[in-house]
Design a protein around this ligand. Structure first.
Ligand SMILES: [Zn+2]
Length: 184
């Protein structure tokens, strides 16, 4: 895996929780954006040699970590800034943890919080909410190619759920109404 910003390089649980985090930060008026998701061993070695990373066993190698920056300047902030505090609170709320909480540096590096106990929900609900979060995320992006790709993926997932009757027929009318809102 070379350096990537593609959220689909992340494991599914991290992908979904990260989209929730992005949503919360956007609502708080402090939008964040992913700058690196997956990583090759060669790139990790480069970061290790230059001191940008302190390990050769990074979770970026396995799709278990994502690095972010703030959309508005300053894009990087230290642990004690207001935005960083809000980021940490929202990480914890959705079952994520950042470098600041884990080891006191690398605040903009985010992983799954191993202590977090996720509420029990069925897999269909997770799929549907992830698809909705993806659509929302796609609509927010300034990168129109990214938007297009991510929205298509999400719509495709929802359509497959409709095909196999995971989404009951009565919900389809609702969904159509909903997707029309997004098309505008
Ligand atoms: Zn990182």
């Amino acid at each position: 895996m070379k350096k990537s910003k593609d959220l689909s390089d992340l494991k599914q649980v991290l992908h979904t929780r990260f989209l929730k985090l992005k949503r919360r930060m956007r609502k708080a008026g402090m939008p964040i954006v992913e700058i690196e998701t997956g990583r090759t061993i060669e790139r990790q070695a480069y970061y290790f040699e230059t001191g940008a990373s302190k390990t050769m066993e990074s979770n970026h190698l396995t799709g278990d970590a994502v690095d972010i920056m703030f959309v508005t300047a300053p894009h990087w902030e230290g642990a004690n800034s207001e935005r960083m505090k809000v980021l940490e609170e929202n990480c914890i709320a959705v079952g994520l943890i950042n470098g600041g909480i884990m080891w006191g540096w690398d605040e903009q590096h985010i992983e799954i919080d191993p202590q977090f106990i996720a509420p029990e929900v069925d897999s269909t609900s997770i799929l549907i909410s992830t698809a909705i979060l993806m659509i929302e995320d796609g609509l927010q992006s300034n990168d129109s190619e990214y938007s297009q790709r991510i929205i298509e993926k999400a719509v495709d997932a929802l359509e497959r759920l409709i095909e196999i009757d995971f989404i009951p027929e009565r919900s389809i009318t609702l969904w159509q109404r909903f997707s029309n809102i997004f098309k505008k």
